[in-house]
Design a protein around this ligand. Structure first.
Ligand code: MN
Length: 257
């Protein structure tokens, strides 16, 4: 287990508000792992802990059959369907779950909301997942509406202003302007090296996914969780309790969780 402790120059105000999180990075249609994550959330995670998904729910997912038809990527659809159900469950159970937008969700917004066919023709992974989704949408308009609503409700980032945690898909431009401006420009969904290797002290501890590492990327002000789940077969969750945090790894083949 890795742990990450941040020291503060300013004192943290006494507050009854909870600063407890479970962070779930890129799922990429790996439904077998998603199911374990969901089980963990429902059975092990306290009711008052905020759950934050960092985006990239779909693409490069597991093959499988839907309605008796084989799809190269059925996992993206299955993860999406379960996330929409999880969102509904959270509302019923009065649990707080935040879904952030990843760059892959930008592809889906372009395709389904702006009729932009670029990703469909350019990226095999996107064609594979949307071929399955379009098959489902044809017969299930309600699910299509749920999906559009899910896309529209995605958040660009989440900020904890007491502990200065910034939860975001890819990162921030260390020389960039304010967060909302960066979100508008879209760089927060795509940035890699300029953010990762910047020596500039950031105003937050940035908790991000997007760029896969074999081990979590741990710096004083950056925690990168993406494991490249579709090729490595495990996911790194991050549990945060106020100033402390620890990694929880869930693998395809372990049965502990
Ligand atoms: Mn990404």
């Amino acid at each position: 287990m890795l742990s990450h402790i941040k020291s503060y120059f300013h004192s943290v105000p006494a507050t009854k508000e909870r600063h407890q999180y479970l962070v779930v990075p890129d799922l990429h249609g790996v439904h077998s792992i998603y199911q374990k994550v969901e089980k963990f959330i429902k059975n092990e995670v306290e009711k008052n802990r905020t759950i934050i998904f960092l985006g990239d729910y779909m693409d490069r997912g597991e093959s499988g059959s839907v309605d008796g038809q084989i799809f190269k990527d059925a996992g993206s659809y299955l993860v999406l369907k379960d996330l929409i159900a999880l969102d509904r469950w959270a509302k019923e159970e009065d649990r707080k779950i935040i879904f952030l937008r990843g760059n892959h969700e930008v592809f889906y917004e372009d395709y389904y909301l702006h009729d932009d066919q670029y990703a469909y023709h350019e990226y095999g992974f996107f064609k594979n997942s949307t071929d399955c989704l379009n098959h489902v949408f044809k017969n299930d308009k309600l699910f299509f509406d749920d999906f559009i609503l899910f896309l529209k409700n995605l958040q660009p980032y989440y900020l904890d202003t007491v502990y200065d945690y910034l939860f975001i898909h890819a990162g921030i431009d260390p020389d960039g302007r304010d967060l909302d401006q960066q979100a508008k420009e879209g760089l927060i969904y795509w940035i890699r090296d300029k953010f990762l290797f910047s020596e500039k002290k950031l105003n937050y501890t940035v908790i991000f996914g997007h760029t896969p590492f074999s081990k979590p990327f741990m710096r004083s002000d950056k925690i990168g969780l993406d494991s490249g789940v579709y090729k490595r077969g495990f996911i790194n969750l991050l549990k945060i309790d106020n100033a402390d945090s620890k990694i929880i790894q869930i693998a395809k083949n372990n049965t502990d969780v």
